[in-house]
Design a protein around this ligand. Structure first.
Ligand code: BCO
Length: 565
């Protein structure tokens, strides 16, 4: 690899700032919908211009490190150059066009940021996915989305190759690696030879930008499609109050690259404010490395799922007084009031909570500096009108349990997903009167603070991962020991909730050692689908509770787990 100041690629020699529409300072108000918006030209290139004019400090735009001592620091200027090169790789070399779908399955490597911005420059719709996926998960995503391209690493390339023949739409496979692979284009070497001159598309704010796969109770994950408005929302003055980022801030968002939280917290939000995005490669999650990193680097803000903060606290580190950390925010799963308090006592830093989904991004939260009510999600962030609704979309009074609803009629707010791609039935199912029904149960108090209670359906939220029970049951069904199974959520002191499988064995396996079988079944699930879904708890039963029509009563099993029966 040719290592230059900007890491893997040549430093920008031909940088040309094309027409800038000028952004940076909040330019749009909470309810504005400009006809055109493009994050690459309106935001990233703006900060490049600010750097050129000496109006932004020396902090890098992206600061990436790993455990081997490697480091990449890219300025906005370098980001502009590199993402234009990447845009040319996609359009010139690969022949991808505006509106094409591109699967993006990369770990936390700097190219993840390049690919996303390059997609935005070209109008290619990027679809992030976790690197934990297995061949079947990838096959489903490629087929259902009719993806024309995929970007991934050596680790997943064989999985992709094993299913590529079943994906007729797939014409481009890009490998991010130091090695080449037959049938794959070498992203890094193409980047070195590609021109850094590229004209960004003029995207309409409501044109598609990204698709996030999201699990439901039944069937396979749905494709929540977002427009460029998802990026525009980061500009809204109210949304910027959540973190109140400044150009001098260094933000570390630990979300896996497969989730909307990573796109918002590790790219859109910090770069809108001209802040530094900090990234640790972290191939394996290790709370010790996180603590060391927070001591070693001048990180001022940290955003992660509650399980991450919980795991750090449970390590019994002697000191958690991080020298530069000023603000912490969490979201993706429930956070207990005592955890919030413990974090404050141990670190001296408050832990603020935010709420959102793949369909909505962050729509609710305790804004920085706002009174924290421990355990609460915070308040609706304008322009989102969030209400507790019943199953018909009627607004319920304070302190009454119902569904979290976001008003989408008469006007669908910017930043809320456009639809489930190719699935009008599911899109209609989540519309409830004038609201989008999140499927999350909660109450709101008289001051407008929301209090999360749980899911209305059977979806499991394990350490911030949304898991559909059917996905795990289908994986279990492939094992000869499993006659049938029911998968539900079960409480856990570290992960909040974990996946639990109730399993009825086939006759041949009834005499097998249960501990051994548990391990085998867990390993089996990890091998056929993304391992974060594997059942951490397994119980063998002689039969499953069912309705008269033979439908498994998951809710009964779940209630037992939570001691509600
Ligand atoms: O627990 P085990 O060791 O038995 O197994 C773990 C991993 O070791 C293993 N694994 C991971 N990658 C693997 C693999 N095994 C084989 N091949 C691989 N490639 O699989 C098990 C599952 O891992 P995990 O990720 O659940 O657990 P881990 O590693 O302890 O990580 C803990 C967390 C907290 C870091 C992780 O669960 C996490 O990142 N959670 C947060 C998810 C998140 O960001 N959610 C936000 C979604 S977006 C949203 O909610 C909208 C908000 C606006």
């Amino acid at each position: 690899i040719h290592r230059s100041r900007c890491g893997f690629y040549p430093a920008p020699q031909y940088l040309r700032c094309q027409s800038l529409s000028g952004a940076g300072a909040p330019r749009w108000n909470d309810c504005d919908t400009p006809e055109e918006f493009n994050f690459a030209s309106d935001v990233l290139d703006y900060w490049t211009q600010m750097e050129k004019e000496g109006k932004r400090g020396p902090n890098p735009a992206l600061w990436w490190v790993n455990n081997q001592g490697d480091e990449v620091k890219w300025s906005f200027r370098e980001m502009t150059d590199l993402t234009r090169r990447a845009a040319n790789v996609f359009t010139q070399t690969c022949g991808l066009q505006e509106g094409d779908h591109l699967a993006l399955i990369l770990p936390r490597v700097p190219e993840w940021w390049l690919v996303i911005v390059a997609c935005i420059r070209t109008g290619i719709v990027f679809m992030p996915g976790t690197t934990q996926m297995k061949a079947k998960d990838i096959l489903y995503r490629l087929q259902v989305s009719k993806a024309k391209g995929i970007v991934t690493t050596d680790t997943l390339a064989p999985e992709v190759d094993s299913v590529a023949s079943e994906c007729p739409a797939l014409k481009t496979k890009l490998l991010v690696s130091d090695h080449s692979r037959k049938g794959w284009l070498d992203f890094r070497s193409l980047m070195r030879s590609e021109s850094p001159v590229h004209t960004c598309i003029k995207s309409k704010t409501l044109d598609p930008m990204a698709i996030f796969f999201t699990s439901g109770t039944t069937g396979f994950p749905k494709m929540a499609k977002h427009s460029h408005g998802l990026a525009l929302r980061s500009f809204f003055p109210s949304c910027r109050k959540l973190l109140q980022l400044k150009t001098s801030d260094v933000l570390w968002c630990l979300s896996d690259t497969g989730w909307i939280l990573a796109v918002g917290g590790s790219l859109l939000e910090p770069w809108t404010a001209g802040s530094t995005v900090f990234v640790h490669h972290l191939p394996q999650f290790d709370p010790k490395v996180i603590v060391q990193t927070l001591f070693k680097y001048p990180i001022t803000q940290c955003f992660a799922a509650p399980s991450v903060f919980r795991m750090i606290l449970q390590q019994n580190s002697t000191s958690l007084r991080f020298p530069t950390l000023e603000h912490c925010c969490t979201g993706g799963e429930a956070l207990l009031p005592e955890e919030q308090e413990l974090w404050r006592r141990q670190t001296g830093v408050l832990l603020y909570q935010a709420y959102g989904q793949s369909e909505t991004g962050t729509t609710c939260g305790t804004l920085r500096g706002m009174k924290i009510k421990p355990g609460s999600l915070g308040k609706a962030i304008p322009p989102y009108d969030i209400q507790i609704i019943d199953d018909k979309g009627n607004i319920l009074p304070p302190n009454t349990e119902g569904n979290i609803g976001i008003r989408i009629k008469p006007t669908r707010p910017i930043g809320v997903f456009v639809c489930y791609e190719s699935n009008p039935v599911k899109t209609a199912e989540v519309e409830c009167g004038d609201f989008y029904n999140s499927g999350d149960r909660a109450t709101v108090d008289a001051e407008g603070y929301f209090w999360f209670l749980g899911r209305a359906d059977d979806v499991i939220n394990a350490s911030g991962y949304r898991i559909g029970p059917a996905e795990v049951e289908n994986a279990l069904a492939e094992h000869p020991a499993v006659a049938e199974s029911a998968v539900v959520s079960s409480p856990d002191p570290i992960r909040g909730e974990v996946v639990k499988a109730f399993i009825v064995l086939t006759p041949n396996f009834l005499s097998h050692d249960r501990d051994q079988l548990t391990k085998e079944l867990q390993q089996h699930v990890k091998s056929v689908t993304a391992p974060y879904k594997y059942p951490r708890k397994v119980e063998f039963v002689s039969e499953l509770p069912k309705t008269i029509t033979g439908k498994i009563k998951r809710s009964e099993l779940r209630k037992k787990e939570f001691g509600q029966m």
